[in-house]
Design a protein around this ligand. Structure first.
Ligand SMILES: *Cc1c(COP(=O)(O)O)cnc(C)c1O
Length: 421
């Protein structure tokens, strides 16, 4: 459920008409709903009620500071995957003790930044990385809290580009080598081993792969404890999928996911962390765009939009489906017709949808891409010297621009010309 609904024939974000935002900021733009963000966070938080837990929002999904602040004020921690994300979370007011640092390639500089600024834990992904965290901690006279990310070798049954829990993926250490790697970690004086981390992929639409992985984590917890490690925190990653279409086979709900966590791991008495990203932000955001031209081709009609693959790359990159709706509600019973919906970028890959049934549309009409809140704005680029599009946050009847559209001067002046030219 989200807060983007038609009212009196027009699409609203909470209590604000989308057309009003479009008039104020121009198109294309992203718009997020505060109520939807908070609702999704709370679903996870409530699902783990009764267990010592922290929901760490995976901020790579949508990292605008206004979004981070909204969630942090509701009690969320953050999962960061770079030094930049760490600094952004801090800038949004998230305390270090609520930030976990994931990612396969943390550099010594990034580790130093996080250790000096305060960190809840590093999720370590390899032995070389463990050695560097140890060295940086010792150099700073500190002890780094760590969990080790294990790769449970389970099939997440999701798109290959976002599956991370098979042995062929670059993530974590093989669970079969865990004893050895934990023993090494325990021998390093700059580290304190506090737990286990696992994250098997994104947009999972079944609980089964999670359950397989978490059962392995439960077994591993007992084994490592018997080997003398004080395992007291389990970071279970993110990855619960969202419905991208309004069909009936919706992914499991956070409450079902939470119950499964309690069932598989509850007896261990560990603190539980989860790192949902997509489920919190995905259906809390739209990308709104305008039809520039309706072009009739030989055998099909094209809707050419002012938004493009640089603004929302998921269809080009993951063959992702987004529901696309007219901002002006189509009259009841109006006949739909198929369009290829494309952007103006000079690549055939700049196609959002093929032969998608839409109400008749014409130049100047607004449309909205649903489920665009996660991995949308954060993956945008200035390809074709197209400015990054604005982000807008709605809260009840208020809205605010939370990232401005840069001017062409700002973009162009970022280049510097060598003196020999
Ligand atoms: C991307 C990522 C997440 C979030 O995944 P979602 O599918 O957005 O929930 C969580 N943890 C780690 C380590 C990640 O890389």
């Amino acid at each position: 459920m989200d807060h983007f609904l038609y009212r009196d024939g027009a699409l609203f974000a909470e209590d604000v008409p989308i057309s009003e935002i479009a008039a104020a900021v121009g198109t294309p733009f992203y718009v997020y709903s505060t109520a939807t963000l908070l609702r999704h966070f709370k679903l996870f938080d409530d699902a783990l009620e009764g267990t010592d837990h922290l929901v760490c929002y995976a901020m790579k999904a949508a990292s605008n500071q206004a979004i981070l602040k909204t969630l942090a004020q509701a009690g969320a921690g953050m999962d960061v995957v770079s030094g930049g994300e760490y600094l952004r979370a801090k800038a949004a007011g998230v305390p270090g003790e609520r930030i976990v640092f994931s990612g396969v390639g943390k550099t010594a500089d990034e580790i130093r930044t996080a250790l000096t600024g305060g960190i809840r834990q590093f999720n370590v992904e390899s032995e070389p990385e463990m050695q560097v965290i140890n060295a940086v901690a010792l150099e700073l006279g500190m002890i780094a809290p760590v969990t080790i990310r294990v790769n449970p070798d389970v099939d997440a049954k999701t798109h290959a580009k976002i599956a991370t829990g098979k042995s062929e993926n670059k993530f974590g250490i093989p669970i079969s080598r865990a004893s050895e790697v934990y023993a090494l970690a325990a021998s390093l004086p700059g580290l304190e081993v506090i737990g286990i981390d696992v994250h098997i992929g994104s947009q999972l639409t079944e609980l089964e792969p999670f359950e397989l992985a978490y059962n392995k984590v439960a077994e591993l917890t007992e084994r490592l404890r018997s080997e003398g490690h004080n395992i007291r925190r389990l970071d279970l990653g993110g990855g619960l999928g969202i419905p991208y279409t309004r069909s009936n086979d919706a992914p499991p709900l956070p409450v079902e996911y939470g119950a499964m966590i309690k069932k598989t791991l509850g007896h261990l008495g560990c603190e539980i962390e989860i790192e949902p990203g997509r489920l919190i932000a995905g259906n809390a955001g739209l990308m709104v765009s305008k039809v520039i031209y309706v072009k009739s081709g030989e055998d099909r009609d094209f809707l050419i939009l002012d938004g493009a693959m640089n603004d929302l790359i998921r269809p080009a990159m993951y063959e992702a489906h987004h529901d696309i709706v007219a901002v002006e509600e189509p009259a009841a019973g109006v006949e739909q017709r198929p369009y290829d919906i494309v952007g103006p970028v000079c690549e055939s890959g700049d196609t959002f949808a093929k032969q998608r049934n839409m109400p008749p549309l014409s130049s100047g009409d607004l449309i909205a891409f649903r489920s665009a809140g996660a991995y949308g704005a954060v993956m945008s680029s200035e390809y074709n010297t197209r400015p990054l599009i604005p982000e807008v946050l709605v809260n009840g009847d208020q809205f605010a621009v939370i990232r401005e559209r840069p001017s062409f001067d700002e973009i162009i002046n970022r280049d510097t010309i060598p003196e020999w030219l």
